[in-house]
Write a protein that binds this ligand. Structure first.
Ligand code: APR
Length: 237
C-alpha cells in the first residue's frame, strides 16, 4: 500500500447523501438551475446579499438533514489504516459540507470553505454557524452589522490552504480524484502537478471527468460502491 496518499473529493462523493452536484451531462446540476454569477461571487453578495444568503441558507438546512455515505466512511477507514502503518492520508475536498468529518475523518482540508461557518468581512473572524444567516446579523466578535458571509470560496476568490495542498502533492505516493468533474481550477490542475512529480494517478468517478486523459487509471461507478472497494483492496491487499 502506498504510504502517503493524496485524495481530492468533489460533489460526486456527497451525491448519494442527497446533496446536489453542480454539473452533470443531463443539465440538471445546481449551476444549470441557478446562475453562479448571481449567487457565488463577491460581486453578487455586494449587490444583493439577501438573495445570496438565502441560497446558502437553503443549502445549509439541507445539509443538516444529510448523512455521510459508504464512500465517506471508507475514506475515514483509509485515514486510520494509513496512520496505523506510519503513513498518512491528505484528504482535500472541494465540498463545503461536513460529511467527511461526520464519517470520522480527522484531517480534512476544505479548499472551498465550509457551509457550517460564517466569516466577518470587517474583523475576519470565522465562527461555526448552523442557522440561517441574515444581512442584519452582527458579527459576534466585532459587532459590525451586516458583515457576515458564508465561509465559502466564491468564483474569482483564492482557495484556502493552498500551501498545505502543494506540500502534500509533492510528498504523495499516489494521487486519487473522487467525484469531481475536473471543470474548476486550481483543483482540476492537481492531477497534472502530481504527474509532474512522478506520482501515479487514479480517477474514481461516475463518468469520465473533463481531465480524464490526465489519469493513469480510472474506476467508474457510484462512489458508495467504488470507493469502499478501492479502500478494501488497498487495506487488505
Ligand atoms: N458517485 C461518483 N461520482 C459522481 C456521482 C456518484 N454518485 N454523482 C455524480 N458524480 C460525478 C459526476 O460525474 C461529476 O464528474 O461527480 C462529479 C461532480 O462534478 P461537479 O458537479 O462539477 O462538482 P465538483 O467537481 O466538485 O465542482 C467543483 O465547482 O461549483 C464549484 O465550488 C464548486 O466545489 C465546486 C467546484
Amino acid at each position: 500500500m502506498p504510504k502517503h496518499i493524496f485524495v481530492l473529493t468533489g460533489a460526486g462523493v456527497s451525491a448519494e447523501s442527497g446533496l446536489g452536484t453542480f454539473r452533470d451531462k443531463h443539465g440538471e446540476g445546481i449551476w444549470a438551475r441557478f446562475d453562479p454569477m448571481k449567487l457565488a461571487t463577491p460581486e453578487a453578495f455586494a449587490r444583493d446579499p439577501q438573495t445570496v444568503l438565502a441560497f446558502y441558507d437553503a443549502r445549509r438546512r439541507n445539509l443538516v438533514n444529510a448523512k455521510p455515505n459508504a464512500a465517506h466512511f471508507a475514506l475515514a477507514r483509509l485515514e486510520r489504516a494509513l496512520a496505523a502503518r506510519g503513513g498518512g492520508l491528505t484528504l482535500v475536498t472541494q465540498n463545503i459540507d461536513d460529511l467527511h468529518e461526520r464519517a470520522g475523518s480527522k484531517e480534512v482540508i476544505h479548499m472551498h470553505g465550509e457551509l457550517f461557518k460564517a466569516r466577518c468581512l470587517e474583523c475576519g473572524s470565522v465562527r461555526p454557524w448552523f442557522d440561517d444567516l441574515e444581512p442584519s446579523h452582527a458579527c459576534p466578535d466585532c459587532g459590525s452589522p451586516g458583515s457576515l458571509r458564508p465561509h465559502v470560496v466564491w468564483f474569482g476568490e483564492m482557495p484556502l490552504r493552498m500551501d498545505d495542498i502543494e506540500d502534500a502533492l509533492r510528498r504523495a505516493d499516489l494521487f486519487v480524484a473522487i467525484g469531481t468533474s475536473g471543470a474548476v481550477y486550481p483543483a482540476a490542475a492537481f492531477v497534472a502537478e502530481a504527474r509532474a512529480y512522478g506520482v501515479p494517478t487514479c480517477e474514481i468517478n461516475l463518468e469520465a471527468a473533463e481531465n480524464a486523459y490526465c489519469f493513469d487509471e480510472a474506476r467508474y461507478g457510484s462512489a458508495s460502491e467504488t470507493v469502499p472497494a478501492w479502500v478494501e483492496e488497498l487495506v487488505e491487499g
